[in-house]
Design a protein around this ligand. Structure first.
Ligand code: ZN
Length: 311
């Protein structure tokens, strides 16, 4: 099989659009690289946050579903329960103070020798900042966060499952992952290596019960593949194994397929390109509401239905 290159993005269902923008851009200092709508539900925004140009592996994306009848979700088995970003280790106290200063409760953690802090975002999502000095990715530097402090990109996701073994076997045989660390109840696999942006922790749920998708939960995690040909080969293999997989979906900035691993977590495999510069220049990323050509004809109605936001 073609190798998976690393994490591509993590997508969550969130509550209020403006609170989400304020947290991601102002508190975490991520760049809003695209303001568009959910292609499967045009009445809802889709925000993409990342580094300067929204490179795969730096992307956090959200659907703000406030007042749309979506209930608050339940964290649990069959779900990504923690999304982790990497920062320089020396910057962890800065981040703890900054997030406490915004009224958040900050807890300290450590996994496999890396110190971290964990907060709940405005929708209740668990967001972790991991001190990872091996991360050489250039950060987006913005506002009052310096280059020595800024988020580098995704570090890892933690997915909670009822039974680790089938998930590991699936990911190993299909996606080529390797175990890079383990401890009782938690296994860390590397998607293409063992660096930040390539890591998935598989956590034993310990009877926490099944997750339910809704506000404040991660909807899916996407992994990066080289191109559409590699994506089709993976799709064929999924079909051969009898795994339910979607057709290739045009997401404008990449193409995607979706399927569930045996533990129930929704996986997406997305192409690296074409990326976020296809419909706005680098300096203007995220400024205007961008719609794919097949949705553009409905722009007036869509704009009228979306809540106004600053950014
Ligand atoms: Zn996605």
């Amino acid at each position: 099989m073609d190798p998976i290159l690393g994490l591509h993005h993590v997508t969550a269902t969130v509550d209020d659009a403006q609170a989400d923008l304020d947290f991601a851009c102002d508190a975490l200092g991520l760049r809003l690289v695209k303001k568009t709508v959910n292609f499967d539900n045009n009445g809802v925004y889709h925000f993409y946050y990342g580094d300067e140009r929204g490179r795969p592996g730096t992307l956090w994306t959200t659907f703000p579903y406030k007042d749309m009848g979506v209930p608050v979700g339940t964290k649990g088995e069959g779900q990504v329960t923690v999304t982790s970003f990497s920062v320089p280790t020396a910057a962890l106290p800065f981040w703890a103070d900054r997030l406490k200063g915004r009224g958040m409760t900050v807890t300290e953690a450590e996994h496999f020798g890396e110190a971290s802090i964990v907060v709940r975002d405005p929708s209740g999502l668990l967001i972790e900042l991991v001190g990872a000095d091996s991360d050489t990715r250039a950060p987006w530097v913005h506002g009052d966060v310096t280059a020595a402090q800024a988020v580098r990109g995704l570090h890892s996701v933690t997915m909670t499952v009822q039974d680790i073994a089938p998930t590991l076997e699936f990911m190993r045989s299909l996606l080529g992952v390797e175990v890079v660390s383990d401890m009782p109840g938690r296994l860390r696999v590397g998607l293409a290596g063992d660096g930040p942006g390539q890591l998935v922790d598989i956590l034993h749920g310990g009877g926490t019960g099944p997750a339910r998708n809704g506000l404040g939960t991660v909807h899916h995690v996407a992994m990066a593949t080289t191109d559409g040909d590699a994506q089709l080969r993976l799709r064929e293999e999924l079909v051969r194994r009898g795994v339910q997989v979607t057709k290739v979906m045009d997401r404008q900035y990449f193409t995607s397929i979706y399927f569930r691993e045996p533990g129930g977590v929704l996986f997406e495999v997305a192409t690296q390109g074409p990326g976020f510069l296809v419909d706005e220049p680098l300096e203007a990323l995220g400024r205007g509401l961008k719609l794919p050509p097949w949705v553009e004809t409905n722009r007036p109605a869509i704009e009228a239905s979306l809540p106004p936001v600053r950014y």
